[in-house]
Every structure is written in structure tokens, then in C-alpha cells.
Design a protein around this ligand. Structure first.
Ligand code: SFD
Ligand code: AMP
Length: 626
């Protein structure tokens, strides 16, 4: 076995992940942990200050309810999410996040995040729920607060440790294992409770950006399905694994569109100039009641654009020039004011990208796009798994104790596995939490997890032999490579192992062609998924033959194995749900209609660690409020 010394860390509460949700966990756990004598430890595969989806920054906070300002109520937010997710959401979870999110935003501001203010000192809204920020250092600011809180409480953060898998004591969580990405060590974290906040999954499907554009994606390529893998492997019930998210973005560099649609009130059009949201309005009748209420769900907005593309009316465009001119038009009688407004709008347009998707600004510059004079191409991207944005995949977690909800089996945000909690992208059916809601949910989950530790003070048992076997399995790709790499002159090609890049391409091709990726026009069917699952079984056999040249390769190997489990949960659930509910995300061509009578429910799944069998489960959707 590769010579990796084992480092053992014993703690009470382990937080895995260091993104928006985990930083929320850290500030709250530090406070409650210190107060209650519960030791807290956090682990991130990167560095807290620049890890996860917000690494590059963001230009907006997408969830702010504004309860104090009397702008909205938490009930309004529940209605919004119910509508956007075509009726399928855990309203108890959505409500709980909504009632805590404003305080997270106020903390961000206190910690130094510049939120745009108008001339009356009020937050500038991008849309009803969204606030504009100067957010290039958003993650640094939020991470610093988390690090300070952990530090002040005397708790440790491990950075650059890749978490691979949970460790179990029967059906109770007992910790997690992983390896250092720079120090060639194997880490064993033993804990009474674990919060999983390992982000979403990118590059499960073939991306649009391949070849020279490989690695470019909307969501960060380093979010690779660790949350799904971790919770599935622990035996947790999962939900909404079919509800992937397809963002529509500026083409090829994935620049955000929210500011254009909401702040600049831009239109999106086909090549011939038709506005698909207007031209194809009739189509929305087929998706009633959701198609007929406002705001029109994100997947239906996507779908109308996709119909234009299918009809040969592509490319699609964001009418940036028209939108800018429309806003500046109010100053048309004052040339000086007009010029100034145009300049301001132009810089806001560029800043929107420079705050969060810098490569889009570079691409605009490189391709002579001037937003005030030329329109710019948009396109539906490849699918992503992200429980925090407009998708919904994640673990099935317990609702808050004080709410009247049937979904309660323990502590708030605890999975169906004792002691295992999930939040952010890792928890499902509670979409539209975004960066701020993920942080708020993390705070709530951490408080509950500390309570779990106080009320369940015995340390779980961990079988030493099982741990040693896990270590061997995790380091196996290094051994497989070392034993065989001399057998061919080109070490990339070898009959005895598969390199992680080749493996990833195989996974992505399979998902694209059989599970409705962009290459298949986002369409799939029972027969395609069944064939995909046959190929998946063979891919999983070959996963045991992954070869890693060094620790970086080892990380890539495990990221891809984790993606594979996310992919399998997705295919199984798409197969299970015999209808099309989210056209624009995916289309079951053999079941082209929504079936409210039979499928107005959650489609859950569960993998049994003892038998290796998957079970599919229907769960009722019970509204929290009328
Ligand atoms: O414009 C391991 N998001 C937006 N949210 C907003 O509020 N406003 C926006 O403007 C947003 N937009 C946006 C967004 C994201 C991106 C990438 C773009 C644009 C380009 C969404 C939010 O960012 C998102 O909702 C939250 O960040 C989710 O939080 P969380 O904690 O669930 O995920 P994370 O922040 O990515 O953190 C994951 C962490 O896990 C670590 N990790 N650590 C150890 N071992 C492993 N195996 C690990 N695997 C992952 C990561 O390092 C990271 O720390 S817009 O499009 O709408
Ligand atoms: P995006 O940049 O697409 O992620 O959008 C940012 C925010 O605006 C998210 O909360 C989206 O759900 C919302 N949004 C984007 N476009 C629209 C639209 N056309 N109508 C309503 N909400 C939108």
C-alpha cells in the first residue's frame, strides 16, 4: 500500500466542506460548541478563503426576504419556491431558511461586504429577492468571520484535506476519512456528529466547453459530487435526484443573466428577433398551473428558448443594447445626463461579470462585444446538481422542531442517518437558498448538530480493521498505477488501469447520450436510461481499476467516483418518475406530459450499505401554508 501515514483526529462535531453553508456552520458551531463543551472541527479540500462556488465572488445575494423592511414575508418566499419548482418543495425547510436568511445577510454587511445602497440608504434590489453587491471578495469576508470564530473558540480547521467517505458505527455516523492534497497523509476524523456541506456536482454531464475550453463551467469544476456520495454511502435517503439545474447563461463563458433580466429588464430573443417568452406563451398552458402563474418557473423559461432552438431559430440572444438604451432613454433630453447614465450602465454591465465570472468579460472583450451597442449570445448550459440554486437534489433532512410538518424524525437538518446533517447544496428539496440561504441553513444545522452532541454524548465505535480496509481502497489507485505504469511506453495508456481523465470522459459521454445532456437536446426515455444504467454498471466495475500517478491524480480519481454515484442516483430517479415535470431541465420523451394525479410527490431514493441495493420511494408533498 502507498506509504501514507495515518493522522487521527477525534472531535465531537465534524463539519466537512468550507463553502457558504460550512462557513455558516462554523460561526454558529463555534459559539454553541464553546458554550456547551462540544469540540468542533472543520475540513475543506481547499482553503476556506477561496473555496467553493463563491471562490471567484458573486455580484448579487439572491435570497433576501426583507422581513424587517416589510418588503415580503417568509410565506411569500415559500410560494415563490413552490411555484418555481413546479409544486415540489419541502416548504418547512424553505420557510426555515427564509426566516433566518436576512440575519445572515446583515452579518455579511457587518463583516464588511459592500451591499449597494440607494440614495435613501436602502439596499438596491436586482429583483424582488435579490440584492446587488460588490462581491469579488464575498467568500474571503465570510470565510474570515468563520475562521475567526473557530479560532476564538479554540477549534481547528483542516485545509487541503480531501474528504472521501463517511465512517459508520452500524447505522450511526462515526466520522469521515480522506487524504491530504499536499502532505501525502491519510486522515481519520472520528466524531459524534458530522455536517455534510461538500457542495454540488459539476462535470457529471459532458460540458459544452470541451477541448481547449475544458474546465470552464458555470458552477465550479471542483464541486464534484462529494456531498451526494458522502450521504448516499452513509445510507441516507436522498430526494429530488432527478431535479438537475440547467442554467441559461451568456454562451461559452457562462456569464450570469439575472442582472440582465431583472435589473436591466432585458428581453431574450431568437436570431430572427422573436421574443420566445411572448411568441411561445401558449405553450405555458400545457404546464398549468405553474406555467400560468408568475414568476414563470426557470425550467419553463428555459424550455421556451429551447423550442426556438429546436425550430431552427437559434442562436438565442440577450438584447443588452436595447435594454441599456431603454434605461438611458429617460435622460434623452439632457445629453450630459444621458452620456453619464450610459457610462454608468456600461460599467455596471462589465462589473456584473468581473465580480463573479471574469472569463465572460474576457470573452466579451476578445469577441468585440460592447453591451451598449451589440446583443450577446445566450444558451442553455449542461446540467448541474445543486440543491441550493434552482435545482433541488440533495439529502432528505428532518424539518425544524417548531413547525407543523410531517417531515420530522429528529434534529433539524439531520438526514435519515443518526448524527449526519446536511445543508447548502447537500440538502434537497429546499431550492433557492443560494449563497445567503446556504449560510443561514448552515447556521441552523450547526446549532442542531451541537444539540445532538450534547444529548448523544457517547463516542461511536469505529472498527480498526474496517478503517484499514477503507484506507487500502482509497489509496488503491496509487498502487495500481505504480505496479503497472512501466508496462507501456506511454503511461497514459495501459491495459491495467484507466486514468481519471479518460474515466471522466466516459462518464460524461454516457450521461450526455443516455440521460439527456445538451448533446441529446436534454431528452431521454425509459429505454435510454435503462441502457445507460447497463453501461454505468460496467463503468463502476472499471472504477476499481483507476490509476493515479500522484496525489493530485488520486483526488481526480475519487472526484470521478463521487460523480458516478451522483450520476447513478440521477438516472435511477429519472427512470422512476414516469412523467415530464421540469421541461427545460430534462424531457422524458416517452412520458411527455406532467402527471399531477400520480407524480405530485417527491421521488426519493436510498442505497443500502449492507446489501448494495437501491430502493425508490414516493413521499407526499405536504404544504406548510395554503
Ligand atoms: O448569478 C470539499 N450562486 C449564487 N448565489 C447568490 O446568492 N447569488 C448569485 O449571484 C449566485 N449565482 C452564482 C452562484 C454560484 C456560482 C458558481 C456562480 C453564480 C458563477 C450560488 C451559491 O454560490 C451557492 O448557492 C452556494 O455557494 C452553495 O453553498 P455550499 O456551501 O453548499 O457550496 P460551496 O459554497 O460550493 O462549498 C462547497 C465546499 O465544499 C468543499 N469540498 N471539501 C473536502 N472534501 C471534499 N471532497 C470536498 N468537495 C467539496 C469545497 O472546497 C467548498 O469549500 S447566479 O448564477 O445566480
Ligand atoms: P441567474 O443569474 O439566472 O442565476 O439569476 C439570478 C436570480 O434571478 C435567481 O434568483 C433567478 O431565479 C432569478 N431570475 C433570473 N432570471 C429571471 C427571470 N427572467 N425571471 C425571474 N427571475 C429570474
Amino acid at each position: 500500500m502507498a506509504d501514507y501515514p495515518t493522522v487521527e483526529v477525534t472531535t465531537d462535531l465534524l463539519i466537512v466542506g468550507g463553502g457558504m453553508a460550512a462557513t455558516g456552520c462554523a460561526v454558529e458551531a463555534a459559539y454553541w460548541g464553546k458554550k456547551n463543551g462540544v469540540k468542533v472541527t472543520a475540513v475543506d479540500k481547499a482553503a476556506f478563503t477561496r473555496s467553493g462556488a463563491v471562490a471567484m465572488g458573486l455580484s448579487a445575494i439572491n435570497q433576501y426576504v426583507g422581513v424587517n423592511e416589510g418588503q415580503n414575508t417568509c410565506e411569500d418566499y415559500v410560494h415563490y419556491v413552490r411555484q418555481d419548482l413546479m409544486g415540489i418543495s419541502r416548504e418547512d425547510l424553505v420557510f426555515n431558511i427564509a426566516r433566518h436568511v436576512d440575519s445572515s445577510v446583515h452579518l455579511f454587511e457587518k463583516w464588511g461586504l459592500p451591499i449597494w445602497l440607494d440614495e435613501n440608504g436602502r439596499y438596491v434590489h436586482e429583483g424582488r429577492w435579490q440584492l446587488m453587491i460588490n462581491g469579488e471578495s464575498y467568500k474571503v469576508i465570510v470565510a474570515e468571520a468563520a475562521k475567526n470564530a473557530m479560532d476564538a473558540a479554540g477549534f481547528e480547521i483542516y485545509e487541503r484535506v480531501f474528504i472521501v467517505a463517511p465512517i459508520m458505527d452500524g447505522d450511526r455516523i462515526a466520522g469521515a476519512v480522506g487524504f491530504g492534497t499536499r502532505d501525502d497523509k491519510f486522515y481519520v476524523f472520528k466524531a459524534k456528529a458530522v455536517i455534510c456541506a461538500l457542495g454540488g456536482a459539476v462535470h457529471v454531464f459532458r460540458p459544452r466547453s470541451t477541448g481547449e475550453g475544458q474546465g470552464r463551467s458555470w458552477y465550479p469544476p471542483f464541486n464534484s459530487g462529494s456531498s451526494a456520495f458522502f450521504t448516499i454511502k452513509a445510507g441516507a435517503e436522498m430526494t429530488c435526484q432527478e431535479v438537475r439545474f440547467i442554467p441559461v447563461r451568456f454562451k461559452d463563458a457562462y456569464g450570469p443573466v439575472g442582472a440582465w433580466f431583472l435589473l436591466f429588464k432585458s428581453r431574450a430573443t431568437s436570431a430572427t428577433g422573436g421574443e420566445y417568452m411572448v411568441v411561445r406563451k401558449e405553450e405555458l398552458n400545457n404546464w398549468a398551473p405553474y406555467g400560468l402563474a408568475k414568476p414563470i418557473p426557470a425550467n419553463l423559461r428555459n424550455y421556451l428558448g429551447m423550442l426556438d432552438v429546436e425550430a431552427g431559430l437559434g442562436p438565442l440572444y440577450m438584447e443588452t443594447a436595447e435594454a441599456i438604451q431603454n434605461i438611458a432613454a429617460q435622460f434623452k433630453d439632457d445629453p450630459k445626463a444621458f452620456k453619464k447614465k450610459m457610462k454608468d450602465l456600461e460599467s455596471e454591465a462589465w462589473e456584473d461579470f468581473l465580480d463573479m465570472t471574469i472569463s465572460q468579460a474576457i470573452l466579451w472583450a476578445a469577441s468585440n462585444i460592447m453591451p451598449e451597442t451589440s446583443r450577446s449570445e445566450i444558451a442553455a448550459c449542461e446540467p448541474y446538481f445543486i440543491g441550493s440554486h434552482s435545482g433541488a437534489s440533495g439529502a432528505w433532512v428532518s424539518g425544524p422542531e417548531d413547525l407543523d410538518t410531517p417531515y420530522k424524525w429528529g434534529y433539524g437538518n439531520m438526514c435519515t442517518v443518526k448524527g449526519l446533517f446536511a445543508c447548502g447544496d447537500a440538502s434537497g428539496a429546499s431550492s433557492h437558498k443560494f449563497s445567503s440561504g446556504s449560510h443561514a441553513e448552515g447556521r441552523f444545522a450547526a446549532k442542531e448538530a451541537v444539540r445532538f452532541c450534547v444529548e448523544n454524548p457517547t463516542m461511536p465505535n469505529v472498527d480498526a480493521a474496517a478503517l484499514e480496509a477503507l484506507k487500502k481502497e482509497i489509496l488503491q489507485p496509487l498502487d495500481t498505477y505504480a505496479e503497472n505504469c512501466k508496462m507501456t511506453t506511454a503511461p497514459e495508456i495501459n491495459p491495467n488501469y484507466i486514468k481519471p481523465m479518460s474515466y471522466m470522459h466516459r462518464l460524461q459521454k454516457m450521461m450526455d447520450e443516455y440521460a439527456g445532456g445538451w448533446g441529446s437536446g436534454f431528452k431521454t426515455s425509459k429505454a435510454l436510461i435503462e441502457r445507460g444504467l447497463e453501461l454505468m454498471a460496467m463503468l463502476k466495475e472499471d472504477a476499481a481499476k483507476l490509476g493515479a500517478k500522484n496525489v493530485y491524480d488520486l483526488e481526480r480519481c475519487w472526484e470521478n467516483i463521487q460523480r458516478t454515484w451522483q450520476a447513478e442516483a440521477h438516472m435511477r430517479t429519472v427512470l422512476f418518475r414516469e412523467e415530464t415535470r421540469w421541461p427545460g431541465y430534462y424531457f422524458r420523451a416517452d412520458k411527455p406530459k406532467m402527471d399531477e394525479a400520480n407524480w405530485h410527490c417527491f421521488a426519493n431514493c436510498k442505497w443500502d450499505p449492507k446489501t448494495g441495493e437501491w430502493t425508490m420511494i414516493k413521499r407526499d408533498v405536504v404544504p406548510l401554508i395554503p
